[in-house]
Design a protein around this ligand. Structure first.
Ligand SMILES: Cc1ncc(COP(=O)(O)O)c(C=O)c1O
Length: 478
């Protein structure tokens, strides 16, 4: 089943050039920090909204406007949004073409919701999604729209794998994040939500994710071989004690785990084992897909094709949408076996077409690769003992913060320092940069800017991060 995906020829394709035309004026002046004070909106939010709210605790802003990579709060303060709705806004806030498309679609009188009935907008959207697909899948796949969250599409993928194989377990990996429904929490690495709900490991098997630097096998680069060997012996040993799973689900770049790109040879090994043992390989591209890592799909870095691709976030052009695309021989389930009311969001299909067009016709993913490489270099160039690692692909970058005075582990890695990462995040916010944290103990600064970011804007992001790190390192060293 393994296929080599050839990049499309780039001749005759105009390279993507980001346009910088924001009316929101941004300034970085270390002596003039933003005011992050309580206001009535934040007070009402605290008072009325669930204790499960998360982002407002670290990013206490009430927002009024967004344009490109910038957002403005109720105090007319402008921030660079390097979170972009958790990587959803590939074309940034209020992209003119997306807004125009949404306005025209509304004016056309199309029913806004259509369940899974078809429409000309849906028809065109599907055609474009198939254009995006790697070679073999383009010829041989089915698409299924899900309820609009990424988690629901993951649910669909694992249900389909279970129905198609007649088996009921799914392998996922430490650090994995596939959503917050009960089934997807079962697949998750982070123990927090599981422990809170006293969840067991219903039908899921969680194995180590080979990461050379902090290898869970303690073997460094040999961790990849160890992992593949472990999987192969588990699948072939009649006394492994573990029944053959229906599926393996994996992120080609783990986002919430702290931006950990999977080793390409390991992904190829997973593909080989899945094919050999008749296990469905699911690639969760909810965060890393749609050009973010410099390829259309992150798994293309490893030159593999999955059996099921899970997509959400950027595929809807900023509006809610999720779907799975899968090899058509898996299409064994009965009508209505995975349904959902909001599968037919016409505005999302129209705005999603704009993102896909920017990828297909203007190679937005290559722009993400170039900007990501520049960001990576600028982050690597920041010289500080509290930076343990800078890693990522394209515009999915992470910077791990460590305690330089801490006891190293057996591989020589210093301890994670979530507290300092939090301080850096807060200083960056005061100076106009919204960043999210992830990884173990929330020690990794994550960069998920819109893909339309320009080089000048990348420099601004890096300047603010360097400033914030300088402040925190200064306090650490002295
Ligand atoms: C890789 C991955 N899968 C699934 C999800 C779940 O998506 P949603 O929050 O839309 O349910 C996320 C969300 O961040 C994600 O990053």
């Amino acid at each position: 089943m393994t296929q080599i995906i050839k990049d499309k020829p780039l001749e005759n394709v105009a390279p993507f050039t980001a346009q910088v035309n924001s009316a929101l004026s941004f300034a970085f002046n270390p002596h003039l920090p933003r005011q992050l004070e309580e206001n009535s909106y934040l007070q009402t939010q605290k008072h009325r909204e669930s204790n499960a709210r998360s982002y407002p605790r670290r990013i206490p802003l009430a927002l009024t406007k967004g344009e490109g990579i910038y957002i403005q709060d109720t105090q007319q303060q402008v921030f660079i949004d390097a979170l972009a709705a958790a990587g959803t806004l590939a074309l940034g806030h209020n992209h003119a073409e997306i807004n125009d498309t949404i306005t025209r679609t509304l004016a056309s009188g199309i029913p806004l919701q259509s369940l899974d009935l078809t429409t000309p907008i849906k028809d065109k959207f599907i055609e474009q999604v198939f254009e995006l697909l790697p070679n073999a899948m383009r010829k041989n796949s089915r698409i299924q729209f899900c309820s609009p969250s990424g988690a629901d599409a993951v649910e669909a993928a694992i249900k389909l794998a279970k129905v198609a194989t007649g088996r009921n377990t799914v392998i996922s990996f430490a650090g994995a994040y596939h959503g917050m429904t009960e089934a997807t929490i079962n697949l998750m690495g982070n123990l927090g939500p599981k422990t809170a709900m006293k969840l067991g490991l219903n039908d899921s098997i969680i194995l180590p994710f080979p990461n050379e630097k902090r290898c869970p096998y303690g073997l460094g680069e040999k961790g990849v071989t160890a992992s593949l060997y472990q999987l192969e012996s588990m699948f072939s040993d009649p006394e492994s004690g573990v029944p053959k799973p229906a599926a393996i689900i994996v992120e080609a770049v783990q986002g919430e785990a702290g931006v950990l790109p999977a080793d390409f040879a390991w992904l190829q090994g997973l593909r080989r084992l899945a094919t050999k043992f008749g296990i469905v390989l699911i690639l969760d591209e909810v965060q890393a897909g749609m050009g973010r890592t410099g390829k259309v799909f992150a798994f293309q870095h490893a030159q593999i094709e999955p059996d099921i691709i899970v997509l959400s976030k950027a595929i809807g052009g900023g509006l809610p949408m999720s779907l799975i695309v899968y090899q058509q021989d898996l299409d064994t389930w009965q009508p209505g076996t995975h349904a959902g009311t909001f599968r037919g969001n016409q505005l999302a299909m129209a705005s999603g077409q704009v993102v896909i067009r920017h990828i297909l016709e203007e190679q937005l993913h290559l722009h993400a690769a170039t900007m990501g490489a520049h960001l990576h270099k600028r982050l690597v160039d920041i010289n500080s003992p509290i930076i343990g690692d800078v890693r990522g692909l394209g515009l999915m970058q992470g910077m791990e913060i460590i305690d330089p005075h801490g006891e190293p582990d057996s591989l020589g890695n210093k301890p994670y320092d979530g507290q300092k990462a939090r301080s850096i995040q807060q200083i960056a916010l005061k100076h106009g940069l919204i960043l999210e944290l992830g990884g173990r103990y929330s020690s990794t600064l994550r960069f998920l800017t819109p893909l339309i970011i320009t080089k000048k804007e990348v420099d601004l992001v890096a300047d603010i991060v360097a400033y914030a790190i300088g402040e925190v390192s200064h306090n650490t060293v002295n």
